[in-house]
Design a protein around this ligand. Structure first.
Ligand SMILES: [Zn+2]
Length: 303
């Protein structure tokens, strides 16, 4: 069994990042498995130098250790080989459709706009995908994917219709998330993916990409999220409003671990504890499935 924690390095660590890392780590350690840390740093327009190092420091501070660390920006040749394979199978096409042309169309399961596969019949230029100056999409099979994750979440979709063909290489040349994650999980022989529920609607698309590339589908589990107020009474996934720098100034690692374990349903009180103290009693049946709301008023409050 091998799991992975794969944060993007586009922002400072926060309690939601650390909660997800803790759950991935506990899932692996409680089953005697390996735990990999993978930095998703392909988005050069959003990644800031220093975030990966800070994230590593935050994870160690919380008491988490990793069997291996991978950086996506060092994996360019693997993604290029995958694009070559998809091109050889006649699955890639250029697409210059903008977000604006999709807005007002059909809603996708992830809340965005579905892509109507408008450009499916366009051919790659003579130089192949490397010569494309717009986005490159992959023509998905029209298959329905029947999939229920280990937590019982039904992820079944017909991705080509519900989401539309995904972009695999962005207009700026960056390999898109959907392809990178599938190639990485396969090359690293990840057997069990644990990640936040916000990513769940991407899973069926990733399964079809796995089938196109002829690689195994890992088992999936999607956990509850920490939310924050987003104005107008709305809630959104916790992002930068409670930075780790503030948390660290107020708490020790074992104190935050206790708060997170309590919020997750893994401890009866928020008393300080280390992740390793939670391994023996770890059970997904105890982990809440209800999203929780985090607030900061000089202390971390999770409701
Ligand atoms: Zn298009």
């Amino acid at each position: 069994m091998k799991g992975r924690f794969a944060p993007s390095t586009t922002g400072e660590a926060h309690p939601g990042t650390l909660l997800s890392a803790l759950l991935v780590w506990l899932d692996a350690r409680a089953r005697g498995g390996r735990a990999l840390l993978r930095f998703e740093d392909l988005d050069r327009t959003r990644v800031q130098p220093g975030w990966a190092a800070e994230l590593s420091e935050a994870l160690a501070w919380l008491g988490l250790d990793w069997d291996d660390t991978i950086v996506q920006s060092a994996r360019g040749p693997a993604y290029e080989a995958a694009l070559d394979r998809l091109a050889a199978a006649d699955r890639l096409y250029p697409c210059a459709c903008s977000r604006a042309t999709r807005s007002g169309g059909r809603r996708a399961p992830d809340g965005g706009w579905a892509y109507d596969n408008t450009c499916r019949d366009r051919a790659l230029p003579p130089g192949g995908w490397r010569a494309v100056e717009t986005a490159v999409r992959v023509r998905l099979p029209d298959d329905r994917v029947e999939l229920v994750d280990r937590g019982g979440l039904d992820l079944s979709q017909t991705p080509a219709r519900d989401m539309g063909d995904p972009i695999v290489r962005r207009r700026d040349g960056v390999v898109a998330y959907q392809l990178a994650v599938v190639v990485d999980d396969a090359d690293e022989e990840i057997t069990d993916v644990v990640r936040g529920r916000d990513i769940a609607p991407s899973t069926a698309t990733q399964v079809l990409l796995q089938r196109l590339l002829g690689v195994a589908t890992p088992s999936y589990r999607h956990h509850f999220l920490l939310l924050e107020g987003a104005g107008g009474g709305k809630l959104a996934k916790l992002h930068g409003s409670i930075p780790w720098s503030a948390v660290r100034a107020r708490y020790r690692g074992d104190e935050l671990c206790g708060i997170l374990a309590h919020a997750a349903g893994l401890a009866e009180s928020p008393a300080p504890c280390m992740p390793r103290d939670l391994v023996a009693g770890f059970d997904w049946a105890k982990v809440t499935t209800r999203d929780r709301v985090a607030r900061w008023d000089g202390a971390l409050r999770v409701q």
